[in-house]
Design a protein around this ligand. Structure first.
Ligand code: SDX
Length: 402
């Protein structure tokens, strides 16, 4: 085994790089973006301002913020060819499948890292031209994430696509494009727009979660960032990760009334059911984002009215939090109960993981940029294994096999 040590299943205790972007203390329930506590950013910052912070390492000056925001919004426009691409999906295709494919499609438009470029440093510190390329790629992916998401939504609704509006905020523009009513008289509801912006902000990054690791693993081969983002999107789709916000609502719908919670909890303890929205690989006390979700939910419900599933969710939360089975395993609510807010805001259930991807492309890009600019250049990620299979044996002709 030549000194190789098998990491526990699922990289349980493996650090693969050094990062300056996001800090998590799972025992203390701490989350900071470039040193700033998530609670302060959720209170005082905006999604795009925090996006700039995550990607470039400092809070932007007014001019930097203005330039970043206008570039991101400008790049929100999609080529009309994309309409044919989206129309090729069945009306009931899952929006996450459409979005994963759409990011890969972007790579067919702009793939800057093609074979002719490989082998030379694509992005070098101080090389203005290549840094400008990287910035443009970042603006495009953040700007287009909302447009592609809205296009996937429109396919599901069988409706025409809308051009991203001018003059609205990033989140306001997204809500406009997603508008379920008639966009002619669309006026962004300030409470819902602010709530979604806070949810985008707290979903923007979370260090080396499964999807971020996927983006870096893929990007380490120097493929274009659009293709790497598509890989991250596929990873986040899973119900153990970003798909959990959809799974939480499906779970609550299957439980129905609060009086059915005790039987559900017992089924979970018999491992017949999964308690989505609970547990986390890193947080072993509480996910600090869950408190921000709770506070945001109170704001939203004042506008939309309470969701009938809320009572069941609270009953489930209270039952799990005082049950020895969950306490022993240090299982607490994670960020994925935010599905109750998305439901109250009227988003379709299978669209919830898309609402995770849209902000998370920021964190993926921050880590991708950090990797591209690392000292000594990019090393392809190629882990080893400990082989425990058959020893050498010779081929046996079919007629001699038993
Ligand atoms: C996100 O990594 C990130 O940062 C992710 C994320 C981000 O921002 O990117 O925070 C977003 O993905 C949040 C997590 C969303 N997923 C879910 O809500 C799905 C339900 N949660 C579980 O699948 C689970 O808790 C994970 C996947 C989140 C974490 O799994 P781990 O770290 O591999 O933990 P584990 O499976 O080893 O669990 C330890 C014990 C086990 O019991 P034993 O087998 O040792 O007896 O806890 C049990 C598990 O069975 N357990 C659960 C449980 N989660 C873990 N039991 C019941 N219900 C659960 N939800």
């Amino acid at each position: 085994e030549k000194g190789l040590r098998v990491q526990d299943k699922g990289f349980l205790n493996t650090a693969v790089l050094r990062s300056q972007i996001t800090f998590i203390d799972g025992d203390a329930g701490v989350l900071r973006y470039r040193g700033y506590p998530i609670e302060q950013l959720a209170e005082k910052s905006s999604h795009l301002e925090s996006a700039y912070l995550l990607i470039y390492g400092s809070l932007p000056t007014k001019d930097q913020h203005k330039h970043f925001e206008s570039e991101v919004l400008r790049h929100g426009i999609m080529h009309s060819d994309a309409e044919g691409f989206f129309r090729s999906f069945r009306y009931d295709a899952h929006p996450m499948s459409m979005l994963t494919s759409a990011f890969a499609m972007l790579g067919s438009y702009y793939g800057e890292a093609n074979p002719s470029l490989q082998g030379q440093r694509l992005y070098t510190q101080g090389n203005k031209e290549s840094l400008a390329t990287m910035d443009r790629q970042i603006y495009r992916i953040i700007g287009k994430a909302t447009t592609l998401a809205a296009m996937a939504y429109r396919v599901r609704q069988g409706r025409d696509f809308v051009t991203p509006p001018v003059g609205l905020s990033y989140t306001g523009s997204f809500l406009y494009q997603m508008d379920h009513l008639s966009e002619q008289n669309y006026v962004p509801n300030p409470v819902l727009e602010k709530a979604l912006d806070v949810l985008f902000l707290i979903h923007a990054d979370h260090e080396l979660n499964a999807s971020c690791t996927t983006v870096l693993q893929t990007g380490s081969s120097l493929v274009d960032p659009y293709s790497a983002i598509a890989a991250g999107c596929a990873s986040l789709y899973g119900p153990l990760h970003g798909g959990a916000n959809e799974a939480v609502i499906r779970m609550l719908l299957s439980i129905g009334k609060p009086e059915n919670v005790p039987a559900f909890i017992e089924a979970v303890k018999r491992r017949e059911k999964t308690l989505s929205g609970f547990g986390h690989r890193v947080y072993k006390t509480s996910d600090p984002r869950s408190f921000i979700v709770r506070k945001t939910a109170d704001e939203v419900f004042k506008v939309t009215g309470k969701d009938e599933l809320l009572e069941t969710a609270m009953a489930l939360h209270d039952a799990a939090m005082k049950d020895e089975y969950f306490i022993k395993r240090k299982l607490a609510p994670n960020v994925d109960f935010c599905g109750l807010i998305y439901r109250a805001m009227g988003f379709p259930l299978d669209f919830f993981p898309v609402l995770f991807v849209v902000p998370r492309v920021v964190g993926w890009l921050a880590h991708w940029r950090q990797m591209m600019l690392q000292e000594g250049g990019v090393k392809i990620w190629r882990p080893r294994q400990v082989y425990v299979g058959e020893t050498k044996r010779d081929y046996v002709p079919a007629e001699d096999r038993v």
